[in-house]
Design a protein around this ligand. Structure first.
Ligand SMILES: Cc1cc2nc3c(=O)[nH]c(=O)nc-3n(C[C@H](O)[C@H](O)[C@H](O)COP(=O)(O)OP(=O)(O)OC[C@H]3O[C@@H](n4cnc5c(N)ncnc54)[C@H](O)[C@@H]3O)c2cc1C
Length: 496
């Protein structure tokens, strides 16, 4: 006999928990099911732990450059430690960094679980959920027992996991994903990272600042494939100046353990061991690239994400997936099966915490608030949390050019921003594009200090559907990064 609920939420990522609580508050008897850690990717192995590491890496970076500010630490000298010379007196204790991160994410994870368990009308089940029909779900509980639930409304928030490419030799080595990387307690001597997107670049800078040698392996000819060339180049320049090495057009073809394969061994620090995979190879890993051989201590794959839909019984429910495994939804995030929604990364409408949370808000607006909202109206926005951050909203310059519409463009180096000069961090630039006819902002990029905050001046103006002059004539506070946004707009000129 199935247990009857009014609503079932599968997964506790960024949209499932607030939705479950809201469903319960509306009087619906709601079941929420989680098979692993409460809070999902963002809390446990995504945004929160990586940004905790970014903070530690920045502390190390600032300490190395302290002498530039007249602050003396040990024998640090002016100019900091660039181009691989990371010695000085600054070293990073990765076990401490991890313990700090574990405290931060532990508090968030416990908070999500407590919130759900204390929510009125919400029942929490820990186990793996699988559809057995359009409105029935079986849950294999951690206890070994299986229970059957049914509900007229079901919300899928099962997220994604790291994708690892098929590579000869992979079964013979220990490799890292974002999850295992965050469990290391010994600093890699030489970390190779496969991938050129934000996850790869954030880990690259963090571990370089921690003191590892880092080599980023990119299949194509540049990092950040979806960004404009000037933006990608500026980010690459900053990372390269800090000593991150790049190999372009040079993807791995095979991997092998060093030592065990009789190929010699790396000198240097001992690598971590894999309790998970049961593989230990203290001599490191040999990576055969297209054009060279690289010996490293650690190998991290940051090569995209796979939706958690392959073990969800979607066929039994008649729920459609696209060729990537993403669940097809309309603007209100409804699947084709009446009464079933897909929210968060699993619907392919976004791949960020804020898009997942916005999915919750869209569903809640339509279900509870009598407000019609659609994901179709969403303006894409995100940040890459390298330091300085890269923040983006709307269309890139390349996309605007491809659209063929008459447009205006303005750019400004961060060296013109007083706040950046005062902080001694003038890397990067701002760029914006405006529709020449409608005067609406089409997109903006800020690569520079506090760009992740200042970009919201653009996001809010675009969301309000106001002309760019609304932002141009706003009085902003001195001395901030946002202060220069109106000045940037003063410099708009036709896009040639
Ligand atoms: C390294 C890294 C850094 C990131 N940094 C950022 C950042 O700075 N900013 C940002 O906006 N985004 C960032 N992201 C992306 C962000 O983490 C995700 O977009 C966000 O977590 C949204 O996820 P979600 O709500 O779709 O589900 P998820 O958070 O992935 O959660 C899904 C949950 O469903 C559970 N589940 C799956 N299948 C089942 C099942 N069958 N039964 C029961 N439970 C199940 C899983 O255990 C999981 O807890 C980062 C991602 C990574 C990997």
């Amino acid at each position: 006999m199935a247990q009857r609920f009014d609503a079932i939420v599968i997964g506790t990522g960024q949209s499932g928990p607030p939705l479950a609580v809201r469903l319960g508050a509306s009087g619906r008897k709601t079941a929420v099911i989680e098979r692993a850690a409460f809070g999902g990717t963002c809390v446990n192995v995504g945004c929160t732990p990586t940004k905790a590491y970014v903070a530690c890496a920045r502390a190390a970076h600032v300490a190395r450059h302290a002498a530039d500010f007249g602050v003396r630490i040990g024998n640090a000298t002016q100019g900091g430690a660039e181009n691989g010379a990371q010695g000085d007196d600054v070293s990073v204790d990765l076990a401490f960094v991890k313990a700090r991160k574990d405290r931060i994410i532990g508090a968030s994870r416990d908070g999500v679980e407590r919130w759900l368990r204390n929510a009125p009308n919400v029942t929490v089940l820990q186990g793996h959920a699988r559809f057995t029909g359009a409105h029935t779900v079986s849950v294999a509980l951690a206890s070994g027992e299986t229970v059957l639930l049914e509900a007229p409304e079901i919300f899928v928030n099962t997220g994604t996991r790291a994708a690892v490419p098929e590579l000869p030799g992979l079964d013979r080595i220990r490799y890292e994903t974002n999850s295992t990387m965050l469990a290391l307690e010994t600093l890699p001597a030489h970390l190779a990272i496969v991938g050129g997107s934000y996850v790869a670049l954030e880990f690259a800078q963090v571990f370089r600042r921690f003191g590892s040698r880092v080599t980023v392996l990119v299949r194509g000819q540049r990092i950040l494939a979806r960004e404009d060339d000037d933006v990608a180049q500026a980010v690459q320049d900053v990372l390269a100046r800090e000593g991150v090495e790049f190999r372009f057009g040079n993807a791995p073809r095979s991997v092998a353990p060093l030592g065990a394969s009789g190929t010699g061994g790396m000198t240097g620090d001992v690598v971590g061991t894999s309790a998970e995979a049961g593989l230990v190879h203290p001599d490191g890993i040999r990576i055969e690239l297209e054009h060279e051989t690289l010996d490293v201590s650690h190998l991290l794959f940051a090569t995209g994400r796979i939706p958690n839909t392959d073990d969800l019984g979607l066929d039994a429910a008649g729920i459609e997936r696209d060729k990537h495994g993403l669940i097809s939804v309309d603007g209100e995030l409804r699947t084709r099966v009446p009464g079933v929604w897909a929210i968060g990364d699993v619907n392919g409408r976004g791949a960020f915490t804020h898009t997942s949370y916005d999915d919750y808000q869209i569903v809640a607006a339509n279900l509870f608030d009598g407000v019609s909202r659609s994901a179709d109206a969403r303006i894409p926005a995100y940040a890459v949390f390298v330091d300085p951050p890269l923040a983006r909203v709307g269309l890139s310059e390349r996309e605007v050019r491809a659209s063929g519409r008459p447009a205006l463009i303005a750019t400004m180096p961060m060296s013109r921003v007083g706040r950046a000069r005062e902080r001694g961090e003038t890397d990067g630039f701002m760029k914006t594009l405006v529709d020449a006819q409608t005067r609406r902002i089409l997109g903006a990029t800020i690569f520079g200090i506090e760009g992740d905050e200042a970009i919201h001046t653009f996001i809010d103006t675009m969301t309000a559907d106001a002309p760019y002059t609304t932002l141009q004539y706003a009085m902003h506070i001195h001395p901030t990064v946002s202060e220069l946004v109106p000045t940037l707009l003063d410099g708009l000129r036709p896009l040639a």
